[in-house]
Design a protein around this ligand. Structure first.
Ligand code: ZN
Length: 322
């Protein structure tokens, strides 16, 4: 009888945690005396291989890393950092971008941050690593309003100026359709629109807030930047899409991601970012890495290794379907 009662209670527990709304994914952490929170915006789901290397090669590497093979699943890890002067967010996930169905199950940032006790009104600044839709569109609500009404948006001057040109050039027409370039421009423009003039353009290596540096890592997008937060004796290096995940461009930095506008430059930036993170022993936030995307990079011959940050609690698996 006791066993039966236990079984019923176990089944009830599983049922109670089986919906996305009951599975908020956030993770608190700290570095150098600064408190942070990683909030999941949900998955990026690729039904087709997005790398310009043979499918079999990608599958082999994903299998070796115990990552999903079909589809290829990545994550969107959004950082919220409590600086002495401001509460800042790095990238903002995906909302309302039907042009990119890979992100149709994303858009969970707001509900997950509220579950962590953080209200959108408390965000003072959103720092974009680049202007692609899966990093910027989450600053709007589904009906096109500012999701973070008290925030300014920060982005590298180079990336903003590239994606807001009247005619954005397609630098890779043999791979990227022209309408995809247009869609990226449209998404960026409609994401920043509700913020009016509250868009701050950051120069290369600019320090727009105390303790924050935009480090140019161009190639994926012309003004792509990593964002480095300096704490006391320890730094957080938020790398955006300098590489995608461990199983692809970290262990195989020569792999080309289809949307990289300048793949040669992207490779150079990736090597520089990875070597720098390894040498400085930074805590790294990798945006599309498995949740929560915090870890350390080390050099491994001509490639690199990823060691997830130590954690006492990892009970927040992210579902791909609701
Ligand atoms: Zn991305």
């Amino acid at each position: 009888m006791q066993f039966f009662t236990l079984l019923v209670s176990l089944i009830a527990t599983v049922a109670a945690t089986s919906t996305c709304s009951d599975n908020p994914a956030f993770r608190r952490f700290s570095f150098g005396g600064i408190k942070g929170l990683i909030v999941s915006d949900g998955p990026a789901i690729f039904t087709e291989n997005p790398f310009l290397v043979p499918d079999a090669v990608v599958r082999r590497s994903r299998r070796a890393s115990f990552r999903s093979v079909s589809p290829l699943i990545g994550q969107q890890n959004v950082a919220i950092i409590d600086l002495p002067d401001a509460r800042v967010m790095v990238d903002a996930g995906s909302v309302n971008i039907p042009e990119f169905p890979q992100f149709r199950n994303a858009g969970r940032l707001i509900s997950n941050m509220k579950a962590a006790g953080v209200e959108p009104e408390s965000i003072n600044a959103v720092l974009f690593t680049h202007a692609h839709g899966d990093h910027v569109s989450g600053v709007t609500t589904v009906d096109g309003k500012a999701a973070f009404p008290n925030a300014k948006l920060y982005i590298s001057k180079v990336d903003h100026e590239f994606w807001t040109q009247e005619n954005v050039p397609n630098l890779k027409p043999e791979v990227i359709p022209n309408d995809m370039i247009q869609a990226l421009k449209d998404i960026y423009l409609r994401s920043i629109k509700p913020y009016g003039g509250r868009v701050v353009l950051v120069e290369a290596n600019g320090k727009p807030l105390r303790g924050v540096t935009f480090i140019p890592t161009p190639g994926h997008s012309p003004g792509h930047s990593a964002v480095r937060f300096q704490g006391k004796g320890e730094a957080l290096f938020a790398t955006g899409d300098s590489w995608i995940t461990k199983a692809d461009q970290l262990e195989n930095p020569e792999w080309e991601f289809f949307i990289e506008l300048d793949a040669v430059q992207a490779y150079k930036s990736r090597i520089k970012a990875l070597n720098g993170a390894a040498r400085r022993r930074d805590l790294v936030l990798s945006y599309h890495e498995s949740f929560p995307g915090l870890g350390h990079v080390s050099v491994n011959g001509a490639a690199f290794s990823w060691t997830p940050a130590e954690t006492e609690f990892m009970g927040t698996a992210v579902k791909t379907e609701c």
